[in-house]
Design a protein around this ligand. Sequence first.
Ligand SMILES: *Cc1c(COP(=O)(O)O)cnc(C)c1O
Length: 392
Amino acid sequence: MTDPRIHMSKPALGDAERQAVLEVLYTPTLSMGAQTAAFEQAVAEYVGAQHAIAVNSGTAGLHLCVRAAGIAAGDLVLTTPFSFVASSNVMLFENAVPVFVDVDPVSGNLDVAQLTEAADALAAGGAAAQTWLPRQGVDAGAALKAILPVDVFGQPADYDAIQAVASQHELAIIEDSCEAIGAHYRGRPAGLLGDMGVFAFYPNKQMTTGEGGVVVTNDGQVADFMRALRNQGRAVHDAWLQHTHLGYNYRITELSAALGRVQLGRLDELLAAREQVAGWYTDRLSGMAGGEAPVVIKSTTRMSWFVYVVRLAQGIDREDVIHRLDAAGIPSRAYFKPIHLQPYMMERFGYQPGDFPVTEDLGARGLALPFSSVMNEAEVELVCSELRKVLG
Ligand SMILES: *Cc1c(COP(=O)(O)O)cnc(C)c1O
């Protein structure tokens, strides 16, 4: 069943994956069994974490982190508007407030100079704090509780600086590493760069479980609490119909966990293939007028390529580029629409265009090209030759 079309993204699934899922169907255990335990163990070993908690999505994992960090109604959390909406939605689930800080124009990750300023101002309170807070939807006297950085496009944020801010103001760090499994920041693995980190395994990610996610942490108490919350609030020793906490059904299925074990075993191979594809793109983009290749910054000692996002030159009509590529059979996507400009965010917090200019500029010029570990060089060449025609 070969499909000659070029897709935005495509999972790398083989016989080993199919076999592993099929084998689960010969057992009666489809949830909370040996596959889940083994998958968690494997993820923990891969990143060097003491604990890994598998859940049914990256969003679910981030929500558990928000609960475990004790973030509650009215609390403030510093985070980035240049991300997938889930990284901020999890605060809204608890009626907490995402306080946005603009991003670095090269990496697209939190601008740590502004983050430092914002944390200092929010700690000081008064007029200084007001300039960082949303126009509405914030309680008087609300307290800053945490920082939620996102390792955007597979590149870790600047955690040395983020750690410094967090220690000074006693803030928890929740690392949204949903786009960065396998990445390293100055030699340290993504996921463990804060107090807790989350990976996601939707089919467009570097590895997939269909739907799924894993939280990693070195804090045993946090891990126990998350294990309880993902399983309807049942604490470790609770009987099946006893619920110590208000919890959720965030359990992963055994089929997903079995798939995840095989994919994780291939992760380094998949990441190497993605790096190769990114290299083919970057070679062809250098010297192409109108489009800039993404940059891997120095602190990223290992890149985990999630997407390949070209930055179009100022003044190029991106919609027109997308249409013309589409007419040539090449899918592409505007990437990201800033979180603060999503309708429900504007309505709730009064955000306006112009509030986070770097995020808005990146959001207006970013074009994600087809990207996966199974693309070959001829396909990359085809995408680039069409792009060259359109831009030329
Ligand atoms: C993919 C992603 C998530 C969560 O993904 P799910 O679809 O819930 O698994 C969260 N944050 C970021 C930045 C992501 O890219």
